[in-house]
Ligand binder design. Structure first.
Ligand code: ZN
Length: 252
């Protein structure tokens, strides 16, 4: 079992290095007792980075995935270093920060865009995918191309007058009684999720989510929107792009 240390508070998403203990070594992978590496899920790609042994040996983390209650870090490195990695050993994890920060900015930007699309058109996001510097939203119906201007203004407004992004936990029973029925997303919440981790963009959006986010919409940078594309089943796709240059986060 791996403690998902990146999940607890919004500040935990900014942790770049951490210490952990090796629990087990499935073929090609490492399970730690705790991790700040984000495993692929919810449309957000996994983190990359390094695991450093106490003797200085370095292994590259090339992929991170969930397997039941454990997180598996797929590693590559010299055979001699791999051979020295044993259960019980302590390692330092170090996260590829530019990649992670881009995913945090993209994920918050996606929530913001989903909320504004819903507010302006009533269309909900049925799926979202983050890749490179792009977030791709699949909406549950068509949207007119003229919506781009007002949406771009909404995004610029959230950059000029930043909104706080926060995380709280809501007991499942309370969420089911009052599920923020106006939520902009359509992805169903699995039955076992309790409490519900809710990501809130102050005054704009409330959404259950297990991803990593920035603290403020002021960290998103300039957002470019592409014209909506109609999909064969009547749905539509909307894409946003962020500038590569990341706003520097606090060191962690
Ligand atoms: Zn999310």
């Amino acid at each position: 079992m791996t403690e998902l240390a990146y999940l607890a508070e919004i500040s935990d998403a900014y942790v770049r290095t951490f210490r952990a203990r090796v629990v087990s070594l499935p073929p090609g992978g490492v399970v730690l007792d705790r991790t700040y590496f984000y495993p692929t899920g919810g449309g957000q790609p996994s983190d990359r980075g390094f695991l450093v042994l106490n003797d200085g040996g370095r292994l590259e983390v090339v992929d991170v995935s969930k397997s039941g209650p454990s997180v598996i870090h797929r590693v590559k490195g010299p055979a001699a270093v791999l051979a020295r990695l044993v259960a019980g050993a302590e390692v330092e994890g170090s996260i590829d920060w530019p990649r992670r920060l881009m995913h945090m900015r993209l994920h918050s930007a996606q929530h913001l865009l989903s909320a504004r699309v819903f507010a302006r058109t009533g269309r909900r996001t049925r799926k979202a995918n983050l890749t490179g510097n792009r977030a791709i939203l699949e909406l549950d119906g068509p949207v007119p191309a003229e919506i781009l201007g007002p949406l771009a203004e909404d995004l610029a407004a959230a950059l000029d007058a930043p909104r706080e992004v926060s995380i709280r936990r809501v007991p499942r029973a309370d969420w089911d009684r009052n599920p923020a029925s106006e939520r902009s997303g359509l992805v169903p919440l699995p039955a076992h999720v309790d409490p519900v981790r809710v990501v809130e963009i102050n005054g704009l959006d409330v959404c259950p989510c297990g991803g990593t986010h920035v603290r403020s919409t002021g960290e998103l940078g300039r957002v470019t929107l592409l014209p909506p594309v109609a999909l064969p089943d009547g749905a539509s796709r909307l894409e946003l792009r962020l500038e590569e240059t990341a706003t520097p986060g606090p060191s962690g």
